[in-house]
Design a protein around this ligand. Sequence first.
Ligand SMILES: CC(=O)SCCNC(=O)CCNC(=O)[C@H](O)C(C)(C)COP(=O)(O)OP(=O)(O)OC[C@H]1O[C@@H](n2cnc3c(N)ncnc32)[C@H](O)[C@@H]1OP(=O)(O)O
Ligand SMILES: O=C([O-])CC(=O)C(=O)O
Length: 376
Amino acid sequence: MAEPKKLGGAGLRGQSAGETALCTVGKTGAGLTYRGYDIKELADKAQFEEVAYLLLYGKLPNQAELDAYKAKLKGMRALPEALKTVLEQIPADAHPMDVMRTGCSMLGNLETEQDFSEQNDHIDRMLAVFPGLINYWYNFSHKGVRVNVETDADSIAEQFLWTLHDKKPEPLHVQVMHASLILYAEHEFNASTFTARVCASTLSDIHSCVTGAIGSLRGPLHGGANEAAMDMIEQWKSADEAEEAIMGMLARKDKIMGFGHAIYRESDPRNAIIKEWSAKLSEQVGDKHLYAVSERVEAVMWREKKLFCNADFFHASAYNFMGIPTKLFTPIFVCSRVAGWTAHVMEQRANNRIIRPSADYTGPETAEWVDIADRA
Ligand SMILES: CC(=O)SCCNC(=O)CCNC(=O)[C@H](O)C(C)(C)COP(=O)(O)OP(=O)(O)OC[C@H]1O[C@@H](n2cnc3c(N)ncnc32)[C@H](O)[C@@H]1OP(=O)(O)O
Ligand SMILES: O=C([O-])CC(=O)C(=O)O
C-alpha cells in the first residue's frame, strides 16, 4: 500500500485546519470517501442527487426521499427575470466562470438568505438553477437564443446537457454526467471549499460563501485545470506528437495541467473512473486520436516524473466527446461542487469560530517616516 504523501512546507500543507465529517481524502494515500461511502461505489451506483442529499442531509435518501428531493429541485429551475437581464448583458468573450460568479452573486441579491434557518432552500435553489444559469448565458451570448431552462429533465445531469444543447440528451451522456458530478462533488479542505468555510466563519450569507468559492475554483491550479488540459491535448493529432511535446514541456519545467495533487501521492481515485467513461465515449464517437493522446500523456508523465492524472485530466476528453465546449468545463465543476461547498458551510456554521490564522512576519523591523516631499 502506498505511503501517504509527505506533507509540509508552504501552502498550509499537512496542517489540519479544522474537522469535517463529510469526506476523507488520501487517508491511505488514495482513499476518497463521502460520509464513509467509497467514491467508486457512489459513482457506479448513485445518481448525483443521492450524493448531494447524502452530503447535505447526512444520509442516503430512500426512494421516497429521493423522489421528493428531485421533484423539489425540478421545481426550482426557473431563472428570475432580473437574473436573465444581467446574464444577457455579459459578453460572449467573458469567461463562463466569471458568469457563474456574477450569476451566483446576483441570485444572492434577488433571493437573499435572511436567516441561517433558510440555508437548505437556498442551497437546493443553487443546485437546481446553476446548470440553466450558465447555459442560458451561453446560448444567448453565443447564438442569440433564450434557451428554456424549465425543461422536463429528470436530473441535474440531464438538465445541464439539455439546457446546453436545447434538446433531450442521450442516456449514455446523462449517465456519464451523473458520474462526473459525483466525482467532483466534494473533496475536503481543497482551496475553494476552504474559501467557502473562511467566508462562512464570519457568519456571512450562503451566496457570498459560494461566490468566493467559485473565484477560487476558477484558477488553473484547481478546477480550471480541466479546460487547461483540454487546450493542451487538442493541439496534438497523434500520441507520438503528444509525447514529443510533453518531453519538451518537461524539459522547460512547464506545469502539465491535469497532473499531480496536493494530497494524493500515487493516484487520484477519481481518475480511473472518469478515464473508463472517456474510453467508452471515445469508442462511441469514433475518436481517432484524443483518447490515445491522453493515454500517452498519462504514461509519459508517470514514466518521466511519477506524476499521475488528477480528476481533471480525463474529464477533458470525456466532456469533449459529449460535445461540451471547453469553456464550460469548469462551470460543470461548480454545478457539482456547490453541494460540497455548502455542506461545509453548514458544518462550519454548526460549530463556528472565525477562521483567522497567524502569519510569520518577514518585513522590516521598523521604518522611519519620511515626509512626502523628501521621498526618493
Ligand atoms: C480538482 C483539482 O483541483 S486537482 C488539481 C488540478 N490542478 C492541476 O492539474 C494543475 C497542475 N498541478 C499542479 O500545479 C500541482 O500538482 C498541484 C497544484 C495540484 C499541487 O501542488 P503541490 O502540492 O505544490 O505539488 P507537489 O508538492 O506535489 O509538487 C512536487 C513537485 O512536482 C512538480 N509538479 C507537481 N505537479 C506538476 C505538474 N502538473 N506538472 C509538472 N510538474 C509538477 C512541482 O513543481 C514540484 O516540483 P519541485 O519540487 O521541483 O518544485
Ligand atoms: O483537493 C484538492 O486540493 C483539489 C481537488 O482535487 C479537488 O478539490 O477536487
